[in-house]
Write a protein that binds this ligand. Structure first.
Ligand SMILES: [Zn+2]
Ligand SMILES: [Zn+2]
Length: 137
């Protein structure tokens, strides 16, 4: 739990119970959950509005990256060491793992003069190395 608290604090936020709970669910490589999946993991007495507000705050602060898979599915994943959400994400269509792809950056130089960048929603779909290796067997 210390790592989780340090992570939250490194973004200048205090570690409330629900914040620590949410981060602990998202902890780990490739883990990405929808708001509903996070809600299901929270204790029954948790407040949905607080969850909604916390995810909004986390997204604004760059603690999590919000990944839009389609209109119905938005997943949250820890930003980890990639603090800026200006990159594409890889989505494995088999195990639903999501990875940050900072090497695939949105080229902001292509933005017309006077336009301001807000966020990008580039998702690369495919099969991850783990799932691909299973297919060969
Ligand atoms: Zn996979
Ligand atoms: Zn990311």
């Amino acid at each position: 739990m210390d790592d989780i608290l340090d992570y939250i604090k490194s973004f200048g936020l205090s570690g409330t119970t629900i914040r620590k709970q949410i981060i602990s669910f998202l902890w780990g490589d490739g883990v990405a959950l929808t708001q509903k999946e996070i809600e299901e993991r929270l204790p029954g007495d948790s407040d949905r509005v607080t969850l909604y507000r916390t995810l909004k705050l986390f997204t604004e602060k760059g603690i999590v990256h919000k990944i839009v898979i389609d209109e119905a599915t938005q997943k949250y994943k820890l930003a980890g060491r990639f603090r800026k959400s200006d990159h594409a994400h890889f989505y494995c269509i088999q195990c639903h793992k999501i990875l940050c792809m900072p090497q695939l950056n949105v080229d902001l130089k292509g933005l017309p003069t006077g336009f301001l960048f807000q966020s990008s929603r580039v998702v690369v779909e495919g099969i991850c190395d783990f799932c691909a290796s299973k297919q060969k067997v």
